[in-house]
Design a protein around this ligand. Structure first.
Ligand code: PMP
Length: 447
């Protein structure tokens, strides 16, 4: 049937048209829910997802012929825009020399050296390359447990650290969107040692520590949570976590899979001046390829095999394509740090959303730090997962549909962050602002 359809005319309407709908019907027959990661589903906003054929700079192009301004940015990695020519070139060059060796390379040493220079908690420490954020957090926690000889871990309500069993307790991101923050298939035993506390609540963490003295291995936290939507740490909150963990002999793990290299070259830890014991990196560092890392204090990381007795391994770890993409990304960021530009662009989007909401009398709180932002459809402040839940999700769904219709692609869930890239120029920002103004007018009419 699809073969007989006329090729689509160029458009701005990003909603799934006949081509995407036909592909989705095929996808549903062979892929659970038709998507390879639940956050890509349109369950929370209605309709089918548009299928993507290519992406360049700040834009994605759908199978139905729409060119859309993209704020998903492949869920974070596309800090420098899609298909940055220097990154693409580096990957192609590396590919010609072999796709994977499963053996030591100079490039992986160089990358580890670079990471240990740029990220404060890695200075003087050790780092291990892996292929996904999930692997990084899962491995860092195993190391923390191995090093301390303790079993319990603490995470935040609405914090998301990938899909390892022990971390699917009050989890954010797609798990929160779909209402399955504690997944089926996770044995009780796997989450028995996972304690959760609200973000930005020092007293709750103190209570948790005093109830479980001497048995907590680590606190794992997104220093700026992005998976309950974007939520900012209150002044001194991260500092207090650092002090409390230090006092209790608990390791502090910053999950900077989202914030690493996005908020600053040295990540949120550099921005806030807090040094965790271990750090997890992913997304931006891989430049769009499956590359992630975890590392930190030398004494702690010395537990990792073959140096120590904590086992962690990977066939494709440090593979030449991911490593080439990462080295080029870091070089581009070092050569020309984009953070001032990202700040200006993202502030512009945020302010335009707030202004349009105000004009149309829509309650809106827009949390933003650097190039991460989330508009919540409620009065603020939004300081934790419970606050984020107060957002009017019907209004969000209406807003999402309207933006998509007008050429702007944002995450199909209230509980995600939008990402601005260096490729978002004045024109793309104006498209966004115009679309948002129209979308807010419609919310009042329809939602
Ligand atoms: N940690 C954080 C903070 C994340 O945002 C994510 C992914 N959204 C992960 C870990 C998991 O990373 P991956 O999807 O690469 O496994």
């Amino acid at each position: 049937m699809t073969a007989k359809m006329a090729e689509p005319e160029p458009t701005r309407d990003g909603r799934a048209g006949p081509w995407s709908r036909a592909l989705f019907a095929r996808a549903e027959r062979v892929i659970p829910g038709g998507v390879n990661s639940p956050v890509r589903a349109f369950a929370a906003v209605g309709g089918e997802p548009p299928f993507v054929v290519r992406a360049h700079g700040a834009h994605i192009v759908t199978r139905d012929g729409a060119t859309l301004v993209d704020y998903v940015g492949t869920w974070g990695p596309a800090l420098l825009g899609h298909a940055h020519p220097e990154i693409v070139e580096a990957v192609c060059r590396a590919a010609r020399d072999g796709l994977s060796f499963g053996a030591a390379t100079a490039a992986e040493v160089e990358l580890a050296e670079r990471l240990c220079e740029l990220v404060p908690s890695l200075r003087g420490g050790l780092v291990r390359l892996v292929c996904s954020g999930t692997e990084a957090t899962m491995s860092a926690l195993r190391v923390a447990r191995g090093f301390t000889g303790r079993d319990k871990i603490v995470k935040m309500d609405g914090g998301y650290h990938g899909h390892a069993d022990m971390l699917l307790a009050n989890a954010g991101s797609g798990a929160a969107t779909l209402g399955i923050p504690g997944s089926k298939g996770v044995p009780d035993a796997a989450v028995r040692d996972t304690l959760t506390v609200p973000f930005n609540d020092v007293e709750a963490l103190e209570r948790c520590f005093s109830q479980h003295r001497g048995v907590i291995a680590a606190v794992i936290v997104e220093p700026v949570p992005g998976n309950m939507g974007c939520v900012l740490p209150q002044p001194n909150y991260l500092q207090r976590i650092r002090e409390l963990t230090m006092t209790e002999g608990v390791l502090l793990i910053f999950d900077e899979v989202m914030t690493g290299f996005r908020l600053a070259l040295g990540g949120a830890q550099e921005l806030f001046g807090i040094t965790p014991d271990l750090t997890c990196l992913g997304k931006v560092v891989g430049g769009g390829l499956p590359l992630a890392a975890y590392g930190g204090r030398r004494d702690v990381m010395a537990s990792v095999a073959p140096l120590g007795a904590v086992y962690q391994a990977g066939t494709l770890s440090g593979n030449p394509l991911g490593t080439a993409a990462a080295l080029t990304t870091l070089e581009l960021l070092r050569r020309d740090p984009p953070y001032a530009q990202l700040e200006t662009s993202a502030r512009h989007v945020c302010e335009a959303l707030l202004k349009a909401a105000q004009v149309h009398g829509v309650a809106l709180t827009c949390n933003r730090i650097g190039s991460m932002l989330t508009p919540f459809f409620c009065d603020g402040p939004v300081l934790d997962h419970a606050d984020a839940q107060k957002s009017d999700r019907r209004r969000f769904a209406s807003f999402h549909r309207d933006l998509l219709m007008r050429g702007v692609y944002v995450p199909p869930s209230q509980f995600e962050s939008w990402f601005v890239s260096t490729a978002h120029d004045a024109r793309t920002l104006e498209t966004t602002v115009a679309a948002a103004e129209a979308a807010f007018a419609n919310i009042v009419l329809h939602a």
